[in-house]
Write a protein that binds this ligand. Structure first.
Ligand code: FAD
Ligand code: EPU
Length: 338
């Protein structure tokens, strides 16, 4: 295990921000982690765990030891008549894991195709797309405490999953290195095609025999049509969450803006489409230097080349203020600000 100093993080974050890590190392085994915990650099610095860097914005040099999680391995740990329990190491690339599950004909992850990043980060914000979240197939995860080095297994309820939320973003922030995640996948899959865009895309693809592969391809097609590819243009996906408002706020807005895009929730509140709010605030395609609001998906902020993390952050503040002034609604950032 090597610990290097003053490493550029530009290749390690999908916004392509050129910030430096004070120290940088890669972990490839549990033994590596235990060794790392004993090192001087670990004990005398703050730490930042890094997966694919696709959900962070680096606003400054990182005065910490950056630990790139490169733990690999996919293993079937248990099988029942209906399910397989698959343990995936934290450093596995999420989309590759999803493709593997589809090849095996194990159902449950297909709607989550093409989400960037690593499996170890997937529970952090309970990643979700097209009507499915990882909490739907999550079984348990293993993690190592950053102070004591103790290994702990978290059940689904202990993770306190919510919309783009978990205990690891809140009370256990920076306290655990997630080393593996186990999913309960289905041998006889039920398909989730309730999300309007998926049905339309499957029709356009002229799919008659529904399959995990077809759903995955439909999701890939939809995503590729509107989300910018970080290899071509820096971004971290949705920069803000879709805000939840009470029924009375929803009624007020609906009266004033009849085209408001909103979805009713079980708790009788409504979720608003933040992308719509931003677009209607006149900001879709807006650009401040190299920081911009994406032309096709206003919920995504982009780096056209040499934007700094602070420039993107300032743009996000401008978006928050503009939406608040027009609609009286507070947006919340989804991306982790470092
Ligand atoms: P990183 O960005 O490396 O880390 C994110 C956070 O998790 C950081 O706070 C980091 O410290 C922490 N962390 C990472 N790994 C570990 C670990 N092993 N242990 C402890 N802490 C850890 N998200 C969705 O939910 N749905 C989408 O549809 C979606 N679409 C996206 C589309 C694009 C084009 C992009 C760029 C991003 C999108 N995202 C989406 C966001 C992002 O892909 C996910 O949040 C993903 O899970 C982040 O994984 P990562 O490995 O890149 O995490
Ligand atoms: N919309 C606009 N203008 C825009 C963007 C969106 O009017 O510029 C409206 C459209 O009416 C559209 C609706 O908003 O029908 C919803 O848009 P979309 O289906 O693109 O989804 P989203 O709500 O913008 C969410 C997630 C995505 C996830 C998709 C698909 C959040 C914060 N974002 O986006 O997740 O992939 O749904 O399920 O919940 C991410 O978290 O990084 C991410 C990309």
């Amino acid at each position: 295990m090597t610990i290097s100093a003053n490493i550029s993080l530009k290749p390690y974050n999908t916004f392509g921000i050129d910030a430096e890590a004070k120290f940088f190392t890669s972990i490839q085994s549990i033994q590596n982690i235990q060794e790392l915990l004993q090192s001087h650099e670990y004990k005398s610095n703050e730490r930042l765990i890094l997966g694919g860097g696709s959900n962070l914005l680096l606003t400054k040099n990182v005065d910490a030891l950056v630990i790139k999680n490169d733990l690999k391995g996919i293993e079937i740990v248990k099988e029942t008549t209906d399910s397989v329990f698959v343990k995936c190491a934290a450093g596995e690339v999420w989309h590759e894991f999803v493709m593997w599950s589809i090849q095996q004909n194990f159902g449950g992850l297909e709607n989550l195709s093409l989400i960037p990043g690593c499996t170890g980060a997937s529970p952090m914000q309970n990643i979700g797309a097209y009507g499915v979240e990882i909490k739907d197939t999550f079984y348990e995860l293993e993690a190592i405490h950053t102070q004591t080095g103790e290994q702990k297994t978290f059940s689904k309820s202990e993770c306190e999953f919510g919309y783009r939320e978990s205990v690891f973003k809140r009370k256990f922030k920076n306290q655990f290195i997630i080393t593996s995640v186990t999913f309960q996948l289905s041998k006889a899959p039920t398909f989730h095609i309730e999300y309007g865009a998926i049905k339309q895309e499957l029709d356009a693809m002229k799919i008659s025999d529904l399959s995990l592969k077809a759903i995955s391809q439909a999701v890939i097609n939809i995503r590729s049509s509107k989300l910018p590819n970080p290899k071509e243009i820096g971004n971290a996906g949705s920069f803000f969450k879709n805000p939840e408002v009470t029924a009375s706020v929803y009624e007020r807005l609906k009266n004033e803006f009849p085209n408001l895009v909103a979805y009713p929730l079980e708790n009788l509140n409504y979720k608003l489409a933040a992308g719509w709010l931003i677009e209607q605030s006149g900001l879709k395609g807006y650009r401040l230097g190299d920081a911009g609001v994406h032309k096709l998906q206003a919920l995504v902020l982009v780096n056209y080349g040499n934007a700094t993390g602070n420039e993107i952050y300032n743009l996000s503040t401008h978006v928050l203020q503009t939406v608040k002034a027009k609609f009286g609604v507070d947006l919340e950032r989804e991306v982790n600000i470092i």
